[in-house]
Design a binder for this molecule. Structure first.
Ligand SMILES: Cc1cc2nc3c(=O)[nH]c(=O)nc-3n(C[C@H](O)[C@H](O)[C@H](O)COP(=O)(O)OP(=O)(O)OC[C@H]3O[C@@H](n4cnc5c(N)ncnc54)[C@H](O)[C@@H]3O)c2cc1C
Length: 435
């Protein structure tokens, strides 16, 4: 395919996005900035969903958001605290600091990692999605990819046809499963999460004013103020499958869940129980996962982004980062392959989807494969090295020895990755044709 494929057709490129989660919303913002496109997001819920607990924004996610939203406005809903956004890892019993993962010193202060609450973040992003772009109550059932485009079949709605489909339908993505046939499986841990008014913990002495994680061989307790007078708790507990099966995603476990956590963390740093005691209740998220896509595209017509492509299930607290990165790569790939000659002359822009999806996939797949590998390395290190320490002194020494700040992941520069891929293609593929 060449850039002239659409030369007899000046109709806008019709882009359909399935899913209006964090990643679908950012896709709506970014892709509607392209020339001569017609973008629609199809979301299965009837209205914006007000769910979710805290969310960490890494440097990489903020790098992408800076290009799409007012980054100074965004600061109003972010929390960084005493460690300038750095993640503090603490000894499970003593609370002693074992490591702090700080943003690199050269990072613009507005792009240093931060924490926030998912609902205000989602609302903030929605305020940048052009009016009327999201159609609610559209549940995609099946997609048919042909050489002329993509047909999307919805439950109880008329089908639509698009030139390009972006699947942002999350971890349980029907679109992905249609192609891979995968099943989502329990990962072995439940995330218990809550956000509540910070007022409730204000009288607890010595509670750190930072984002802290108390760690012990897999189980982790995270505390953090979140901005907007909210406080967040996330507990990762290796509950057996029969416990996890009692819950569905995002279910309030009420008093039972709170007491379950109090019991589980009873011999940990005493400050943990002080917070659990005043916390009103807790919501459960049994963590599930599926194989990550090795190729994020189908037939030059379909691109997977976010959890639909890589069901991270909380890994590295960076699922949103990976999704925002996908979106930026897709946006830049489409922008790169639009016929600039047409843009310069004011004529409708035309796209080379074959090349765009190639650039998109090449920009993302190597990085994502490396992230997935890291999951395996980390699990192995915990199992075979840290948890086999013979005493606490050895445990601390081993923990500190292998602790990695994962800067290469958190601060991944998607724009730089994209440019590298484009430059690798050589100049002949970038020829501009002037009529
Ligand atoms: C415990 C936990 C902690 C986490 N912490 C962090 C963190 O700190 N930082 C971070 O970056 N990430 C974190 N994540 C990951 C992050 O939440 C996800 O990676 C991110 O929300 C994925 O966004 P998404 O838009 O791809 O998917 P989703 O948010 O799942 O959105 C998918 C959307 O698609 C819609 N949809 C689904 N199916 C259909 C259909 N058939 N038709 C139409 N619409 C459909 C859904 O209704 C939904 O609105 C965490 C995850 C977990 C579980």
């Amino acid at each position: 395919m060449t850039i002239t494929e659409y030369s007899n057709n000046s109709k806008p490129l019709k882009i359909a996005i399935i899913g209006a989660g964090l990643v679908g919303a950012v896709a709506g913002i970014a892709l509607s900035k392209l020339s001569n496109v017609n973008v629609t997001i199809y979301e299965r819920s009837e209205k914006p969903r007000e769910v979710g607990a805290w969310i960490g924004l890494t440097e990489s996610s903020l790098q992408v958001l800076r290009k799409l939203v007012d980054i100074d406005e965004l600061q109003k809903i972010l929390f960084r605290g005493d460690q300038d956004g750095g993640y503090v890892k603490r000894h499970w019993k003593t609370g002693e600091i074992l490591a702090v993962n700080l943003s690199s010193t050269t990072t613009d202060r507005r792009l240093k990692q931060a924490r926030t609450h998912r609902v205000p973040l989602h609302n903030f992003l929605f305020s940048y999605v052009p009016e009327g772009l999201i159609k609610y109550g559209y549940s995609a059932n099946k997609v048919n990819v042909t050489k002329d485009g993509v047909d999307v079949i919805f439950e109880e709605k008329d089908p639509i046809h698009a030139d390009l489909l972006v699947a942002a339908d999350g971890i349980y993505s029907r679109t992905r499963r249609q192609f891979t046939g995968d099943t989502v499986q329990y990962k072995g841990a439940v995330a218990y999460r809550n956000v509540f008014p910070i007022e409730l913990i204000k009288d607890i002495p010595s509670l750190p004013n930072d984002t802290s994680a108390w760690v012990k061989d897999g189980d982790i307790m995270f505390f953090s103020p979140l901005g907007l007078d909210q406080y967040g708790v996330v507990a990762l507990v290796f509950d057996p499958e029969d416990v996890a099966k009692k819950f569905i995603w995002n279910e309030n476990t009420g008093e039972w869940g709170r007491e379950h956590l109090r019991k589980h963390f009873a011999d940990w740093d005493p400050i943990i129980d002080k917070v659990l005691k005043v916390m009103p209740d807790i919501t459960s998220f049994p963590l599930e996962t599926a194989p990550w896509l090795k190729d994020l595209t189908v037939g030059n017509r379909l691109a997977f982004v976010g959890d639909a492509a890589h069901p991270t299930s909380g890994a590295f607290g960076a699922g949103a980062q990976f999704g925002f990165g996908d979106v930026w790569a897709l946006y830049r790939s489409l922008q790169e392959t639009v016929s600039n000659a047409y843009v310069d002359t004011g004529l409708p822009a035309e796209y080379d989807l074959h090349r765009a999806l190639f650039l998109f996939n090449e920009t993302r797949r190597h990085f994502l494969a490396r992230v997935e590998k890291q999951l395996g390395y980390d699990a192995d290190t915990y199992k075979r090295y840290i948890s086999t320490a013979r005493n606490d002194k050895e445990w601390r020494a081993r923990f500190r020895q292998v602790e990695s700040p994962l800067e290469w992941m958190r601060e991944n520069n998607v724009e730089a990755d994209f440019q590298r891929v484009v430059d690798e293609q050589g100049p002949f593929l970038r020829t501009i044709y002037i009529d």
